[in-house]
Design a protein around this ligand. Structure first.
Ligand code: NAD
Length: 351
């Protein structure tokens, strides 16, 4: 298949897309900058064994647009960008590879600021930082933690879940509510911890068996095989692994009435937004509910990390979500469509 960029269905007027290669380490990376209208583009780097560069390009374009929308709705002075490294993070990673990625970021002169994403850890970003100053997702001096945004992401998802549970299930807490979590990675495991403490009933799946087992041990969740998570008898489905998991094949199988999770780009196709509405499933738009990570990164980057200010900013996630859900209900429109329109209006300076 011919690799297309300007005619790609996910192109969406990206400002810049870079293909980076490093002969010494074998780095094959793509960096996409969707918009710098509200500030420098910021977004994580994902390492994943994509089948080919077409798959990697589609992913990076969708992810970087999502970052623009996410920053806009979180009211951050940032644009949207993202990068991907083609490779298996469990087998192909090295600090030399990360430094080579840092050099690619450096070459963009600050138009793109890199952070962690799936497959990339704080240690990896530190290795990139040996080659570029345009990194984020590292702790500000004196700030708690190591700068990993995952705890803030998990907290934001949890707050959004409480908001949805109240609206759809009439539940004023998550005690006894069933939640099926797909992906026992950094965010999924932390989210499971919040939910276990709240007394939720949990199901967990991961393609990497030991990760699911470790999460189950820590939280009392029931482990289910990866493909069986859609059939779990839970009120809430929380995608916390990869994108495109809400599609024509999975939506009819969902037992849940609510979808709230950390994964980016959960809808495989725009029409899946309508499919969820028609199926009576409330979809909490992914980039609205998983904004905790970039909010946290913003405060670390400011050099003056105030945990109280971060918490107050995280509390705006369910408020923004509630506004979107109200509009969607009033206008009988899918929630993703309403969120996209609001994000575009903010980027255009209209809201
Ligand atoms: P991670 O790499 O730590 O965890 C992802 C987990 O999902 C891994 O354990 C992996 O084995 C598992 N997985 C992959 N495919 C799966 C499948 N088909 N079924 C079940 N499990 C599967 O990543 P993370 O940082 O926890 O992020 C999870 C998702 O949330 C990603 O989509 C990421 O882009 C998104 N996200 C993360 C953050 C953050 O702060 N970490 C912020 C915003 C969005």
């Amino acid at each position: 298949m011919t690799l297309q960029l300007f005619a790609h269905e996910e192109f969406d007027a990206h400002e810049r897309v870079v293909f980076g290669f490093d002969a010494e380490t074998g780095l094959r990376a793509l960096i996409a900058i969707h918009s710098t209208r509200l500030g420098p583009s910021l977004g994580g780097c994902r390492m994943y064994p994509y089948a080919d560069e077409t798959a990697a390009l589609t992913d990076v374009l969708r992810l970087s647009r999502g970052m623009s929308y996410k920053a806009a709705l979180a009211r951050l002075p940032q644009g949207g960008g993202k990068s991907v490294i083609i490779g298996d993070p469990r087998a192909d990673k090295s600090s030399a590879l990360m430094r080579a990625m840092g050099r690619q970021v450096e070459a963009l002169g600050g138009a793109y600021i890199v952070a962690e994403d799936s497959g990339i850890t704080v240690a990896d970003v530190r290795a990139m930082a040996e080659a570029t100053g345009h990194v984020s997702g590292l702790a500000a001096p004196g700030a708690p933690g190591d700068g990993d945004p995952s705890p803030a992401t998990a907290e934001g998802v949890y707050l959004a879940m409480q908001c949805c549970a109240e609206r759809v299930l009439g539940a004023d807490s998550l005690l006894g509510v069933g939640v099926a979590i797909q992906g026992a990675g950094k965010v999924g495991t932390l989210l499971a911890g919040h939910l276990a403490r709240a007394g939720a009933r949990l199901w967990i799946s991961d393609v990497h068996g030991p990760s699911a087992e470790a999460c189950a041990q820590a939280t009392g969740a029931e482990v289910v095989p990866p493909d069986a998570i859609y059939d779990a008898p839970a009120e809430i489905f929380a995608p916390c692994a990869m994108g495109a998991v809400l599609n024509a094949g999975t939506i009819p199988r969902l037992q849940s009435r609510v979808v709230v999770g950390a994964a980016n780009n959960q809808l495989a196709r725009p029409e899946d937004d309508h499919r969820l509405l028609d199926a009576g499933v409330l979809y909490a738009p992914d980039y609205v509910v998983n904004a905790g990570g970039i909010i946290d990164i913003h405060y670390h980057r400011s050099g003056d990390y105030d945990p109280g200010a971060v918490r107050a900013h995280l509390a705006t996630i369910p408020e923004t979500l509630a506004r979107i859900l109200d509009t969607a209900r009033a206008e009988d429109r899918p929630t993703g469509e309403v969120a996209d329109a609001l994000a575009r209006a903010v980027i255009a300076g209209e809201r």
